[in-house]
Design a protein around this ligand. Structure first.
Ligand SMILES: [Zn+2]
Length: 207
């Protein structure tokens, strides 16, 4: 009976692997094959190394309107956050500029922050940071320019007294965005800022 019911529910809203988009029959972000080819991050502060199925998942999630993937991808980040020995008062997403959010219809880091905050039992302060400058996309910029590009791009607001903050974003490349956002949080009164991304790119300073 449960199997029939599950099949019926799957017909209504088929579960699909975030990596290859094939149907899966158990709630998870990735099918077994994709899960096996995702590389776990070598350093803390990220769930995966960027590439393979997780890169495809992020592409779908950010640029193809698949905002529903936030639940399953956010759950993986929540597991990672729960493994940390650090304690947090709040989760704050790295925000998009409102113009980009309006164009996309949603802010991917905010969607990821919600399940992470829920798992940690703390509030997700979706307006804890604001983009005060609309910076060009980091994707095509060389390393040094990325630092300059995002410097002072953020301002903290409405931290509601949170001292220990977990900063959440989808991807970390050089870390320039995370650094700028952390600095803004510190200026806004946070004493301890940790960051967590779904996937970290490995990029040398020369790249
Ligand atoms: Zn898959």
């Amino acid at each position: 009976m449960r199997k029939v019911l599950r099949g019926f529910l799957a017909l209504l809203a088929p579960l699909r692997c975030a990596g290859c988009d094939e149907p899966i029959d158990v709630p998870a972000a990735f099918c077994d094959a994709c899960a096996a080819s995702n590389q776990l991050a070598a350093l803390p502060g990220a769930v995966f190394e960027y590439g393979g199925p997780v890169a495809d998942a992020i592409q779908r999630f950010k640029y193809e309107g698949r905002s529903e993937l936030a639940t399953a991808l956010g759950a993986l980040m929540a597991e990672e956050a729960l493994r940390s020995s650090a304690r947090f008062d709040a989760v704050v997403p790295v925000p998009l500029h409102w113009r980009r959010r309006r164009a996309r219809g949603y802010d991917q880091a905010a969607l990821l922050a919600k399940p992470v905050a829920k798992a940690l039992g703390v509030p997700a302060l979706l307006r804890g940071l604001r983009r005060v400058r609309n910076t060009p996309s980091q994707v095509d910029l060389p390393f040094g320019e990325r630092q300059r590009n995002v410097r002072r791009a953020f301002a903290a607001s409405r931290l509601r007294g949170a001292r220990r903050v977990l900063l959440v974003d989808d991807v970390r490349t050089t870390g320039a965005t995370i650094r700028a956002a952390s600095e803004a949080l510190t200026e806004g009164g946070a004493l301890e800022v940790h960051s967590l991304v779904l996937a970290a790119r490995v990029l040398s300073e020369a790249a």
